[in-house]
Design a protein around this ligand. Sequence first.
Ligand SMILES: [Zn+2]
Length: 280
Amino acid sequence: MTGRDGRAAATTAGDRHRIAGRAVAVSPHLDDAVFSAGGTLAALVAAGWTVRVVTCFTATVPDPPAFALACQLDKGLPADVDYMALRRAEDRTACAVLGVRPVHLPLAEAPHRGYADADALFAGVRRGDPAVEMLAPALRAYLADADLVLAPQALGDHVDHQIVAETVAGIAADAFWWRDVPYVARRPAATPWRCVPAGVEVAVDIADHLVTKVDAAGRYRSQLAYQFGDAGAAVSLRDLAVAEATRLDVAGAVEALRGPTTDRLPLGGRSVPGAAVGPP
Ligand SMILES: [Zn+2]
């Protein structure tokens, strides 16, 4: 595997611990990358990669507006809990399970940016949303030296996911794009957001890493009931990995990524090329 700058491994003379490459997963919220691509991240770590999960919308906002506060209360958390601090702590724990490094960008989630109810979160990006301009400068430094960038397809149409997808597409056109969990489980035929480039679909074999993924996902305790319901994260994530394998006509348990080519995903021959896919 060589990076976009031709680097195949750490190049400093005398490096005792050669690394296979640097990967960055760009997560809209504190859980998306692990829920959607946690098996791939674990596989990269196992293959010697250094992996960062950069989560974009993680800021604590004092005195949240009504809808933002409701998003906390409906998770069973009282108003005096610093909801985002709790979620940042969950993310650090989940990332430790995977062996990846968490980075928390200080942008506010959509309910703090004028999206006033649940419908608004899925009705397109508001004119003048400050996150559209703020995200690229906040993200660029983390992507500059990445050999591999992972990002959401924005299945499910959440505005924060769409903004992340648009921003990453503008910085790292050769990224690989994951299918957003749990949205993809509800709508397996959903198509990527319009900014996601055409490419090939790659089935990443995560069978050896599913236990680790489920362990990591379970650390987002505040989100589990809301996102996975009575089925729970473990059953849901296992079922999804098998369903994705069936969809792509491969064996086992997989995460499906869309990318520019099959051979840039360096997972020790685990990648199985899927069908070429065109624009959504
Ligand atoms: Zn999300």
